[in-house]
Design a protein around this ligand. Structure first.
Ligand SMILES: [Fe+2]
Length: 129
């Protein structure tokens, strides 16, 4: 994770949380960072699958009082989709078809935990014409 985001250490619901170092993540970071699986390179206009999973490194609770509310996916800052999750009735892992026509930048996922706020994961992707 190259980007350093502003976070208010006084309130976990403030800002977007990004692990400082993927190799030394805290347990909280391991449970919340959305992990993106996608090809390293695609052709512009080609449809490909993107998987976003929360809790890949350490399982996140998935119960009525503590769950991942939704996942959003972007290409750079271009919004692609939002998927709402139903807590204990749906796992925090989604796979969706994506087709990039004019978007640029790395794939970016945001995941919202109802107790621990907003978390970001990134994945570089090359888009060839
Ligand atoms: Fe959480």
């Amino acid at each position: 994770m190259a980007d350093v985001k502003y976070v208010c250490d006084q309130d976990i619901l403030c800002g977007v949380r990004v692990p400082k170092d993927l190799k030394t993540m805290t347990e909280l970071e391991q449970k919340h960072v959305p992990v993106i699986t996608a090809p390293d390179k695609v052709t512009r206009g080609e449809t490909f699958l993107v998987t976003v999973e929360v809790g890949k490194y350490k399982t996140h609770p998935n119960e009525p009082a503590h769950f991942i509310e939704w996942v959003e996916l972007y290409s750079g800052d271009t919004f692609l989709l939002r998927i709402s999750l139903a807590g204990s009735l749906s796992d925090p892992k989604v796979t969706v078809p994506v087709r990039l026509t004019h978007a640029h930048g790395p794939l970016k996922a945001w995941a919202k935990c109802n107790m621990h706020g907003l978390w970001e994961g990134l994945k570089d992707i090359a888009i060839e014409d």
